[in-house]
Design a protein around this ligand. Structure first.
Ligand code: V47
Ligand code: SF4
Length: 394
């Protein structure tokens, strides 16, 4: 659990610059750090320093609890009206024969494949396609709820919603009300990319603006619903633009409280128009998790999305502010494998998930999509523990 010892040592360490000691003091006092402080952390501090601060906050907020869920993805299409420069996965409509476009029935087949299995969430993400309009998604969500009412639908992002509501001449509120009535339970954090308009124009031109992204989340939260937030980092953005991005999220969260988790997404550089941009190091990934944990004092959860960051860095991140590693996934997403991530067929068994967390001394908790605990796996013994990796629990 959170102890002040390491923080106190930093505060008293006169070999550290005053700014570093003052920021540590703010954390100990439970005070919010400023945007200038956050920029200072990015520009002038090392991993071990931010790690101590972030771990203190993580343990104060969540103890050793580390959450995961049992989920699968459906990616209805990779054909897209946009062509974001970082996207390895999408195909333009003129090249649609190279991609896939699922029908409602094909998506229901995927949902039915999980009948009788203990998954709790389906996550929809993918390209933006003109024929997938408001009535299409309403029908999809209704059919899923009719088939399996308890399955949580986490679906789409303001990128799709802005596009389909405009086409239907609906206000954001009218559109989100219709999605909720059809069965949408929560919104994932995608499509945020980086809010700075200049960088956004260069890497994600044409799709919804930062203001539109934030407005749709705001409306969703005002309806009493929840969502996540992401930040695509480690490409051509500056540290100041990362701070600006997180600051806009922190301000909205002050107003609504509707965000559950913040998920930094590391730019992966294979098979896209930005392959010449090198990826940042794992040290920078961990620093970024830590600084987001320190800055976003009003977010309860920081998530490392393991299919994107890789299992090893996800595991290490649990000492740098992260307290959630997403889900079992069951090899149902292609976004990251196509962009060069380590796992080409991302899937983790419950035992792998639990042992990833347990091996670094944290407490594995299966959660539902709204972070209500389903099961504490701390003392669970798995058949496969005796068969692989040479460790057995107990
Ligand atoms: O918005 C696409 C990102 C996002 C690349 O809310 C890339 O629980 C890095 O938002 N390198 C979609 N990132 C995925 C997403 C998400 C994932 C897991 C959980 C949740 C949640 C949300 O993926 C896109 C974009 O930022 N992305 N291509 C790439 N080459
Ligand atoms: Fe389309 Fe999303 Fe890829 Fe952009 S990131 S091209 S909106 S699928």
């Amino acid at each position: 659990m959170a102890t002040n010892d390491a923080l106190n040592r930093l505060i008293q360490d006169d070999s550290l610059p005053n700014e570093s000691r003052q920021i540590a003091q703010k954390i100990l006092n439970g005070q919010r750090i400023s945007t200038d402080d956050a920029l200072y952390l990015y520009e002038h501090t090392d991993l071990s320093y931010v790690g101590i601060l972030a771990n203190y906050i993580r343990e104060a907020k969540n103890g050793d609890k580390t959450y995961f869920n049992k989920n699968f993805h459906i990616e209805p299409t990779n054909v897209c009206v946009y062509s974001c420069a970082f996207c390895a996965y999408s195909r333009l409509i003129k090249n649609r024969e190279d991609g896939w476009e699922m029908t409602l029935e094909e998506m229901m087949d995927i949902v039915r494949k999980y009948d009788g299995l203990p998954v709790t969430e389906v996550h929809f993400t993918g390209g933006v396609l003109p024929q997938y309009d408001v009535p299409f998604y309403e029908e999809l969500f209704k059919r899923i709820k009719a088939h399996r009412p308890e399955l949580h639908i986490k679906g789409l992002t303001p990128v799709e919603y802005h596009y389909i509501f405009k086409k239907e001449k609906l206000s954001y509120r009218e559109g989100m009300e219709r999605m909720r009535a059809a069965g949408l339970d929560s919104m994932p954090g995608g499509g945020a990319e980086i809010f700075d308009q200049d960088i956004r124009d260069q890497i994600a031109g044409g799709k919804c603006s930062a203001e539109q992204w934030l407005e749709i989340h705001q409306i969703w939260h005002e309806m009493g619903m929840h969502s996540n937030a992401t930040m695509l980092y480690g490409h051509i953005e500056s540290f100041a633009q990362r701070v600006d991005h997180m600051n806009r999220l922190r301000q909205l969260q002050d107003q609504t409280g509707g965000f559950m988790a913040f998920i930094p997404l590391k730019f992966r550089n294979k098979n896209n128009q930005m392959s010449h941009v090198p990826e940042v190091s794992p040290i920078e990934d961990l620093r970024n998790y830590a600084i987001s944990r320190i800055f976003l004092d009003n977010f309860q959860h920081i998530k490392a999305y393991w299919p994107m960051i890789g299992r090893d860095v996800a595991q290490m991140s649990l000492a740098f502010g992260v307290n959630d590693i997403d889900g079992t996934i069951d090899d149902t997403t292609k976004i990251y494998s196509m962009a060069g991530a380590e796992d080409q067929n991302p899937a983790m068994t419950t035992a792998e998930m639990v042992n990833t967390i347990r091996l670094v001394g944290r407490q594995p908790i299966e959660r539902n999509s709204l972070y209500q605990p389903i099961k504490d796996y701390t003392d669970e013994v798995f058949e496969e523990d005796t068969q692989y990796r040479g460790y057995a629990i107990k």
